[in-house]
Each structure stands twice: as C-alpha cells, then as structure tokens.
Design a protein. Structure first.
Length: 281
C-alpha cells in the first residue's frame, strides 16, 4: 500500500489525515462512512472510500456486519402493533408471496417473530371482507338472472347487501383466520417433524402459513380468482415451507397434502351426513 496518508472529509467537514490502517479501522468500527471522501497527494480529485480498490476488503467486512434487509416489504414498514400499513406495502408483499415465493421465503429464514405475520393475516382477512363481501353479494344477486339465461328456472334474488351478515363476517373471519392458522401450523409442523423436516421450528412454519394464508384471503375475495385458491394455496404452501425451512419440497407436499386430505374427507363426511339425516329418521 502507498505510505501516503489520506485526507478525509464527509459532508463538507474535514475528518483529518489518516494512514491506511487507521482508515480501515474507522470503516470497521463505523466511525468512517464508506461515502466519506478521501484524497492522497497525486490524486486528481476526491474519491469516496467505497470506490477505492485498496479498501475493498474492509468494505466487504463492513457489509457482512450489516443486518440483512427484511425479507418481506410488510416487515420493513409494519414495526409496531399500531402501525397502519400503506397500500403500496400491502401490494408489494402480496406480489412477493404469490409470484416470488422462492426469493421471498428463502430470504425469510433468519426471521422468527410472530407479530408481523399476525398483523398481515389480520389486515388481509379484514380487507378481504371489506372488498369480497360486496363482490360476492353482487354475484349472488345476479346469479338467478345468469342461470335463467342458460335455461335454469329463475328464483328470487337475495338482498344485495345484508349488513348483519357483513358485520358478522368482519368480526368472525379475521379471528377464524388466526385461529385456523395456528391449528394448521401445529398439525403441519408435526407432520413435517414426522418426515424429518421442520428444522427451522414451528415459528417459521407459522410465519410461512400466515403469509400464504393472508395472500389467499385476497385471492378468495375476488370471485373471478376464488376458484384458484385450493390448487394455488396448496402449491404455494408446500413450496414456501420447503424454501423457509431450507429442505426438500416433498416433506411440505406430504404434510400439507395429508392435512388437506383429512380436512377434505372430514368436510365430505359432514356434508353427506347432513344430507342423509332426514332420510334416516
């Protein structure tokens, strides 16, 4: 290295004259910013420390000490329970979960907090009711007319917007989403552990399922996309679990698949039983 000392300045303030080792130490401790300007005798102009090749090793060490950015745009903005998320944050998180699961959930492995995914799940379910209830009410109102046009007998149309049902959904749906996600987490995580997976812990499983579940709330709220929820949610859940736990996807496939199969069979049994009860009397 050149024995010439460095004249340093940052934001118009002189930082003095330091030798090479002192500059490296300043970068390592954070006393010197990588954007600080340096000048040596013979230089044509002042140059930022980050642009000087002799400090590349020191700058890489500083970068390795910096905390990684949040994996979810949601977690970068929603830092307290009372934080009101912005629409751009909701949209960015939704796109990250739905369309970039590998990058999103692979980068998320260092996080284990439950507050942010809980808030995401609550906000997603509330917004899904606010948006989806009017849309589904309108669809149910138009259904008799649409069925009549294709040859089915028309029936009386229900009320377009029932406030009682709306407020019930607004109160029950978020609570059901949270409770259901916790129950699903313990079942799915238990199955993951049975198959030798889930090494990241149940919190990581909950975070993954909460973000996936919240995204599916948005998809379910739109009648045109609701039919995609079973397949899309299944694929997204087991793939995201593999990315989050850093393990083969087949474990998540089996865990989510068994959970879905048991839930589907249980629902089918109750449905058949409800239809069969009048004939068994």
């Amino acid at each position: 290295m050149s024995p010439q000392p460095y004249h340093l300045a940052d934001r118009g303030q002189s930082l003095g004259v330091l030798d090479y080792e002192a500059v490296l130490a300043g970068l390592a401790t954070g006393r010197l910013s990588p954007d600080a300007l340096a000048w040596q005798e013979g230089d044509a102009a002042w140059v930022a420390l980050r642009l000087r090749p002799e400090f590349a090793s020191g700058l890489s060490a500083v970068a390795s000490l910096e905390p990684p950015p949040p994996a979810m745009p949601w977690e970068a903005q929603v830092t307290r329970w009372r934080t009101r998320p912005k629409f751009a944050t909701l949209w960015a998180t939704l796109k990250a979960v739905l369309f970039r699961p590998q990058a999103t959930f692979t980068a998320e492995v260092a996080a284990d907090g439950l507050r942010a995914p809980l808030q995401w799940l609550l906000w997603a379910s509330i917004i899904a009711v606010l948006v989806g209830f009017p849309l589904w009410s309108l669809l149910l109102t138009l259904r008799p007319v649409l069925l009549g046009k294709i040859g089915f007998p028309e029936t009386a149309a229900p009320a377009i917007f029932n406030l009682t049902y709306f407020f019930r959904a607004l109160a029950v749906y978020p609570l059901a989403a949270v409770v259901g996600t916790f129950v699903t987490t313990f079942i799915v995580h238990g199955l993951l552990r049975l198959f030798g997976g889930g090494r990241g812990g149940w919190r990581r499983t909950f975070r993954t399922l909460a973000y996936v579940g919240g995204a599916m709330c948005f998809v379910l709220a739109i009648p045109a996309t609701a039919c995609a929820v079973p397949l899309w949610g299944f694929l997204l859940a087991f793939l995201a679990l593999g990315f989050a736990h850093q393990e083969p996807a087949w474990r998540g496939f089996l865990a989510v698949g068994i959970m879905a199969a048991v839930g589907g069979c249980t629902g089918l049994i109750f449905t058949v039983w409800s239809f069969a009860r009048p004939f068994m009397r």
